[in-house]
Structures are given as structure tokens and as C-alpha cells.
Design a binder for this molecule. Structure first.
Ligand SMILES: [Zn+2]
Length: 403
């Protein structure tokens, strides 16, 4: 993670040196200006009563407070104490996560931005603590925000709590090395009992613990995975999540975390016929014929006819041999058992050409033009496809007649 230092955040010059020099025992004492703190490091603030200092903080933006916290250890501690006061936490721990009256992006990003700044403030205030102490302290402060908890929100899908928590953690941990990030993951796991919960879902039948599956998905996505700008960071956290599990459970977890969440998402939308035709062509002659023959056997002549049209269109667009499409049609014809069925099918092919051309023409005339005139180009190709297809049919019949 060290390679991904966001230059907007504090750089930590030399952690080992810093760590060996820390004195964390009295760092969070609740008595302000206590004897253990050298008051001189307050500078001119020394003259101010604590109440005034906190009133001043109220007028500063979160970003400014985080800058101020770097002035000295004493100032930083005063700020920490301010965060713990009821007015401080009320101001800093915004909990407006469900404001759906104005579901504008701007509002969403305002609260996310706030938690980004807050992450920076906590990062700076707790700079001198070892990772675990840091996390414990931060957790203690954040514990009052119920929407940050794994099961804390009653309407988790509409809630911005976890994304804000994720944003906060991302800012806090930006620039930390992998070992420290691993500690963060372990800390979160302990806190939320995540492994146990994952165990429950991977060991039960799919969907039998739907709510838990959803919570796991939201927690992993919103808190751990979704905020990173660099894929390698997402990959790092995803690896933390997956590593402890055997492959079969990893697959299941991946599905829970990234898969579709509603049955509507599961059923793929109908493919465009052109794409079907493309896939069939790429699947090779045998699969293509088997697929079409089964339609013929089941008497689905109209569907089949339309497919022939799109096979011809793909051949035309991709400069494949049109001869192939005609031969395929010929082979499929033989699957129909009676002459009447065969003729009906051939009639359907001719109709399908006319029908699809008219549809495309209508779309061109309706002016549904996209930037690159795709509907017009499609029509252009289709008219040529029909001509080429027709030519091959003529060759076939005329040559048969002349031999
Ligand atoms: Zn919530």
C-alpha cells in the first residue's frame, strides 16, 4: 500500500523512528492541560481557556482542524478531547445517511467528502499511536454511529453509512504498508465477527441466509472494496477477504459480494439476434447446425428464418463467405420432413429479410441516430447482405440447373 500514497494526505516520514519515540500512555488522558503535557507546546493558545479554544474549533473546517492538530502533541490532544465532547462529536459525526428527500449526487458526495476530511483529521490526531491503539480509539469514537455497524442500520440498502465509513477508513489508511492494512482488516474482522458470518453463509444453502448475505456484501463492498481508485488496492483488500477460504468458498463469496442481488438481475436480458448469430458462427458448424436443426424439429420456422437473416448480416459485416450462410440454410431445410414445411420455411426467410429491412428503415427514418449513424450503417449492411445472400442462392440454383 505504501506505493499508493495519496499525495493529498499526510506523509509519514519514518514510522519506525516515530514509533520508537512515542509515549502513548498519557496521550488520551481526559484532563486537559494535565501535568504530563508540556504546556509550552500550546504556543499562544496557552493563554486561552479550554472553552475558548473549543469555541474557536467550532469555527474551523474539519480540514483546518486536522491541519491544526499537527502543530504539536498538546494541540492534537486538545483536539482529540474536543472530538470526544458532545458538541464536538455532534458536529463531526454527521449521521444524515438516509436523507432520501433530495437524492442528488451532490448531497451524497457532500457527506462522503465530510468523512474523507474526518478520516484525515483522525489520521493526523492519532499519528503517534501504534496501529492497534489507533484503531481502538477511533472505534471508540465511531461506536456511537449505528449505521457504521455491520448490523446497525435497519435500511442498509438506502444507507450511506457504510460508504462513509469506507471513505473514512480509506483516508485513514492511505499510505499505510500492507502489514498495517492487514492489522486493520483483522481488527474489523474481530469487531464485526466477519469470518464467522462468512462461514455461516458459505456453509448454508444459497439464499437461505439472504439478509446475512446482503449485509456481508454491503460491508465488503462499501467499507473495504469500492472506494479505491487503484485496482491494486481493491485487489489487496479482496485478497484479505478471500485468502482464508478454500477455493469453492471463495467462489461463493465472490458471488455474494459481486453477483446480482435480485432475480431480475440473474435472468440475462435477451440478446440481440445479431449477437446470437455471431456466437453461433463462432461456435463452429456443428454447434450452429445442431442449434438450428433443433429449432427446425420443433417447428420454429419463423424464429429460424429471422436467425438466417442475422447470420447473413454478420457474414456481410465481417466479410465471411456468404456461401456458408446459404449452405447452412440448405442443410437446415433438409431437417424439415415435408416439402410444405420446407417451402413455408423458405417463404419465412424471404419475409424475414423484408421485415427486418423495414424495421431498420423505420428506425433510420424515425431519426434514432446515435453519434456514428449506426442504424443507417446497419441498414446499409443488411441490404447488401440480402443481395449477396440472394446471389449465392441464384448461383446454387442456376448451377444445379445447368449441370
Ligand atoms: Zn443507516
Amino acid at each position: 500500500m505504501a506505493s499508493r500514497i495519496n499525495t493529498g494526505f499526510t506523509l509519514i516520514p519514518n514510522q519506525k523512528y516515530r514509533r520508537s519515540n512515542r509515549r502513548s500512555s498519557s496521550y488520551f488522558s481526559n484532563t486537559l492541560g494535565s501535568d504530563s503535557q508540556p504546556l509550552s507546546t500550546l504556543g499562544n493558545f496557552k493563554a486561552l481557556p479550554l472553552e475558548i479554544f473549543q469555541i474557536i474549533l467550532r469555527y474551523l473546517s474539519v480540514k483546518d482542524i486536522s491541519m491544526l492538530s499537527m502543530v504539536s502533541k498538546t494541540v492534537s490532544q486538545h483536539i482529540i478531547n474536543y472530538i470526544s465532547t458532545s458538541s464536538g462529536s455532534k458536529r463531526l459525526l454527521l449521521q444524515d445517511f438516509h436523507n432520501l428527500e433530495l437524492p442528488s449526487k451532490r448531497q451524497d458526495s457532500a457527506i462522503l467528502e465530510h468523512y474523507r476530511s474526518l478520516g484525515l483529521l483522525f489520521k493526523r490526531c492519532t499519528l503517534l499511536l501504534p496501529t492497534r491503539e489507533r484503531l481502538k480509539y477511533i472505534h471508540k469514537i465511531l461506536a456511537e454511529v449505528s449505521c457504521f455497524k455491520f448490523n446497525g442500520c435497519a435500511a442498509p440498502i438506502q444507507c450511506l453509512g457504510l460508504p462513509c465509513y469506507g471513505m473514512f477508513l480509506q483516508t485513514l489508511t492511505a499510505g499505510w504498508d500492507e502489514l498495517e492494512c492487514h492489522r486493520v482488516y483483522n481488527f474489523l474482522c474481530e469487531l464485526t465477527n466477519l469470518s464467522r458470518k462468512m462461514q455461516t453463509v458459505v456453509c448454508s444453502k444459497p439464499g437461505s441466509a439472504r439478509k446475512l448475505e446482503l449485509r456481508i456484501r454491503l460491508f465488503c463492498r462499501n467499507v473495504l472494496l469500492d472506494h479505491w481508485t487503484h485496482r491494486s488496492d481493491s485487489a489487496f483488500w479482496l485478497t484479505r477477504i478471500l485468502k482464508p477460504w478454500p477455493m469453492v468458498n471463495q467462489a461463493r463469496l465472490l458471488y455474494i459480494i459481486f453477483g446480482p442481488i435480485s432475480p431480475q438481475d440473474v435472468v440475462p436480458r435477451e440478446w440481440l439476434l445479431e449477437n446470437n448469430a455471431r456466437l453461433l458462427i463462432l461456435s463452429g458448424n456443428n454447434i450452429c447446425f445442431t442449434f438450428m436443426a433443433s429449432k427446425a424439429v420443433n417447428g420454429r420456422a419463423i424464429e429460424l428464418a429471422k436467425l438466417i437473416v442475422f447470420l447473413a448480416l454478420v457474414c456481410e459485416k465481417e466479410l465471411y463467405c456468404m456461401d456458408w450462410a446459404v449452405k447452412m440454410m440448405q442443410k437446415v431445410c433438409k431437417v424439415f420432413s415435408t416439402a410444405m414445411e420446407r417451402n413455408n420455411f423458405l417463404q419465412n426467410v424471404a419475409n424475414a429479410f423484408a421485415c427486418v429491412i423495414m424495421e431498420m428503415l423505420q428506425s433510420v427514418m424515425a431519426g434514432d441516430r446515435d453519434e456514428d449513424d449506426r442504424s443507417f450503417l446497419n441498414l446499409f449492411h443488411l441490404v447488401h447482405a440480402q443481395a449477396n445472400f440472394h446471389k449465392e442462392v441464384l448461383y446454387l440454383t442456376m448451377n444445379t440447373l445447368s449441370t
